[in-house]
Design a protein around this ligand. Structure first.
Ligand code: SAH
Length: 394
């Protein structure tokens, strides 16, 4: 098996369990290294550190899966890890729809599996894990098909990071074809999920608990839900008692699904779905001095790289400043960031700067990370990505 030696300053992070070895962190990259090859990694003192899949075409040269020399990387390992991931979610009370595997945090680097009722939406975002797709589908069938009426797997590998790994973007059924639309229940509300056409894996399960957390502020409220996608915050808001909700998304498809979801829950009279650029609308409505009891901001990751953080921060500041101005005195701002490049303290600072510029006093009501089905490891900081605040604007 090919041996990779870490450079001295890197060993500690990796030995503490961080699974990524970058190409500039090794003494030498063996010339004959193949894409997807399983390699052994040693520290600079020649002590075994772990085994994982390599990809000489990626900046992340190796993703480690095991830390014991006898442990094999094969179908059994994937089965064991997926079963452990399921057991953890079951312990926490998740039932039909949840993130089953969250990559590194479930010790399955670059693998994402979301479960929507009887169907699975999966992403294999590194060359190494992509080689095990067939085995992973088999394992899912083994674990789940006996307790479900239906079973199906769809790959949502339409993700640009795959190109950094030397792979193509692709989507399609990995099992027998099935109807990719299904209605899940979230906090008692119905949501139509389109596994084939919705964003990312089809739906953002990471905010399930956070959506429930807005309930206390919704009675008779007027609400603006920006970056609404399929309307899930808007539906929760209306269902929890808001009298009027405006849901804004730039995607026509998302707005249409939000309209359908509102009907599905009998809330169509309370929710208006607007297809618009939220930046423009926030500007327009602040200029018109509109006021809401609650403003929700759940934008996409404004940056997917370290180099773009400054631009992203300008974006966060602008929407938060305008969002706060649109909140009535004593009302609430619900604000989120889903990029792991924006660390929690930086996000907090940008909101604080916006409050100072908007001449508002902010009282923190609640801070939460992503839901428990998207666990994060303290030694792998990239696994913590979602920041969610409920703030009172005074
Ligand atoms: N709040 C949603 C998730 C939001 S994801 C939920 O709980 O499910 C981010 C959304 O922002 C996407 O639906 C995307 O279409 C939308 N979006 C991206 N840029 C936008 C813009 N400039 N204005 C409005 N919506 C935008």
């Amino acid at each position: 098996m090919t041996k990779i030696i870490l450079s001295p300053k890197i060993s500690k992070r990796i030995e503490q369990g961080h699974p990524w070895v970058y190409d500039n962190e090794v003494a030498e990259i063996p010339k004959e290294l193949q894409q997807g090859e399983i390699v052994e990694v040693f520290n600079h003192k020649n002590k075994f550190v772990g085994k994982g899949y390599a990809n000489p075409r990626s900046h992340i040269l190796v993703r480690l899966l095991v830390s014991h020399p006898k442990e094999e990387i094969n179908r059994n390992l994937f089965k064991k890890r997926i079963e452990q991931a399921l057991k953890y979610r079951q312990l926490l009370g998740y039932q039909d729809s949840f993130r089953l595997v969250f990559g590194e945090a479930d010790f399955l680097p670059a693998l994402v599996i979301d479960k929507f009722n009887d169907y699975f939406s999966i992403q294999t975002l590194a060359y190494g894990i992509d080689q095990f797709k067939t085995e992973i589908v088999e394992v899912l069938e083994e674990i789940f098909s006996k307790n479900q009426q239906n079973f199906g797997v769809y790959e949502r590998n339409d993700v640009p990071v795959r190109e950094l790994e030397g792979m193509q973007q692709q989507t399609g059924f990995l099992s027998k074809p099935f109807e990719p639309q299904t209605i899940i229940t979230e906090n008692g509300f119905k949501m139509r999920i389109d596994i084939a056409n919705g964003q990312k894996t089809g739906y953002f399960l990471d905010q399930t608990a956070n959506r429930a957390a807005i309930a206390p502020f919704m009675k008779n409220a007027t609400v603006l839900d920006c970056f609404s996608h399929t309307g899930s915050f808007a539906i929760h808001a209306a269902g929890y008692g808001a009298k009027k909700v405006s849901a804004v998304d730039i995607s026509e498809f998302a707005s249409q699904t939000a309209t359908e979801n509102a009907k599905l829950n009998g809330l169509e009279n309370k929710i208006e779905c607007i297809t618009a650029n939220a930046f423009d609308l926030l500007k327009e409505w602040t200029n018109e001095n509109r006021q809401f009891d609650v403003v929700i901001l759940d934008p996409p990751a404004f940056t997917k790289s370290r180099s773009n953080v400054e631009n992203a921060l300008r974006g966060y500041k602008e929407i938060n400043l305008r969002g706060m101005k649109l909140v009535k005195k004593g009302g609430f701002l619900v604000t989120c960031s889903c990029s792991h490049f924006i660390k929690p303290d930086i996000f907090k600072k940008v909101i604080f700067d916006a409050a100072i510029d908007a001449r508002k006093v902010i009282r923190e009501v609640l801070y939460k990370p992503q839901g428990n089905d998207h666990p994060f490891l303290w030694n792998v900081e990239e696994t913590l990505y979602l920041k969610f605040y409920i703030l009172q604007v005074l």
